[in-house]
Design a binder for this molecule. Structure first.
Ligand code: ZN
Length: 53
């Protein structure tokens, strides 16, 4: 099950309030608010590996 990257809640694809595509990955959100937060700072929430240091 996909996880809302903003609030870390599990979201069923069918029940997702919003979804977005970022760098080829699909993200699902429990609410439009979470999607807005993600789109403001996608790098903060996407599963990009952090550089050590
Ligand atoms: Zn959420």
């Amino acid at each position: 099950m996909p996880i809302d990257p903003v609030c870390k809640m599990e979201v069923e694809k069918e029940d997702a309030a919003a979804e977005t595509l970022y760098r080829g990955n699909k993200y699902y959100f429990c609410s439009e608010d979470c999607k807005d937060s993600f789109e403001k700072e996608p790098d903060k929430y996407s599963e990009k590996k952090k550089k050590a240091g």
